[in-house]
Design a protein around this ligand. Structure first.
Ligand SMILES: [Zn+2]
Ligand SMILES: [Zn+2]
Length: 299
């Protein structure tokens, strides 16, 4: 899995940092998480084609996380995209997407579908990955996302034997249909199979206060991308604005036993000197990565 930061600033762009946007690639799957204004130019700079995007996931309706979508939808139209673009976001996102789709009397030549997320759970699935959404604690409805690799599973022979299914032709049916009725009981494939390896997981948690529920939701991820807007001395204003300090973000990573941590969404007040954020996060989590625009992390 490859994660590329296209924008790492909160609220306003700075000389070196554009607004929130993270590109994700795994095999034939391309995602964008948030699309702040200026994201199109960041795509060009990073040498990534937005044409390959399968879906855009918008965390919440603050302008610095979604205004870039208007231009992106129009550019893809101008360049004759054919493939459907799916846009996921909280309830209300459809209203914005529908507005962007018709801005200036635009007639779209490709389908753009807005899908509103209403509670935690799986929101997207293809052959390579699943995407799960879960709500976080911001000043407006906001979702975090976790991409989970799809891993092939083998039938667990011990469990099959116990059920008397080991040498049965029903085995094949089970593999094909995903479930069968066996001796009066429904047997599901996932109940009697074990994955060949642990699936890779990348979580994107942006614009949230510190919240215990995040720890549960990102437990054991291979990479946690998370907001670190402020330093500890701004902790109260972080809470008021629905944000976290770098140390709080590092605490989530540590308690969730994330394998790697990438911090992003920094307040512009630290644009000349990030040392305080680095020190405070580094005291809690060993070697956190401080994301910069165009930085790439391979998982
Ligand atoms: Zn933000
Ligand atoms: Zn926000």
């Amino acid at each position: 899995m490859r994660v590329t930061f296209l924008g790492t600033s909160s609220a306003v762009p700075t000389r070196d940092r554009s607004l929130s946007a993270v590109h994700f690639k795994y095999r034939g799957t391309d995602f964008l998480f948030d699309c702040g204004e200026g994201t199109q130019r960041q795509f060009t700079h990073a040498g990534i084609s937005p044409h390959k995007l399968d879906a855009v996931f918008i965390s919440h309706e603050h302008a610095d996380h979604m205004l870039g979508l208007a231009g992106l939808i129009q550019t893809l139209n101008m360049q004759n995209r054919q493939q459907e673009l799916k846009v996921y976001g909280p309830i209300g996102i459809k209203r914005y997407v529908d507005f962007f789709k018709t801005l200036g009397g635009l007639k779209l030549v490709y389908p753009v579908t807005a899908i509103e997320i209403n509670g935690p759970g799986k929101v997207f699935e293809n052959l390579d990955v699943e995407v799960h959404a879960f709500p976080v604690n911001h000043v407006t409805e906001c979702y975090a996302f976790k991409v989970v690799e799809k891993v092939e599973a083998n039938l667990d022979k011990a469990k099959l034997k116990k059920l008397g299914l080991l040498d049965s032709p029903a085995n094949r049916q089970l593999k094909e249909k995903g479930e069968i009725e066996w001796q009066g009981k429904m047997i599901k494939l996932e109940d009697i199979s074990k994955p060949l390896k642990k699936p890779l997981q990348v979580a994107y948690v942006i614009d949230s206060r510190f919240d215990e529920s995040i720890i549960r939701n990102v437990e054991g991820v291979d990479l946690l991308v998370i907001e670190a807007t402020f330093a500890e001395k701004e902790r109260e204003s972080a809470k008021l604005g629905g944000h976290m300090t770098a140390r709080e973000a590092a605490t989530i990573a540590k308690r969730a036993k994330a394998k790697r941590l990438a911090l992003t969404h920094f307040s512009s007040r630290y644009s000349d000197d990030m040392s305080i954020l680095k020190r405070e996060a580094g005291e809690v989590f060993k070697k956190p990565v401080f994301a910069e625009d165009f930085m790439t992390i391979e998982v």
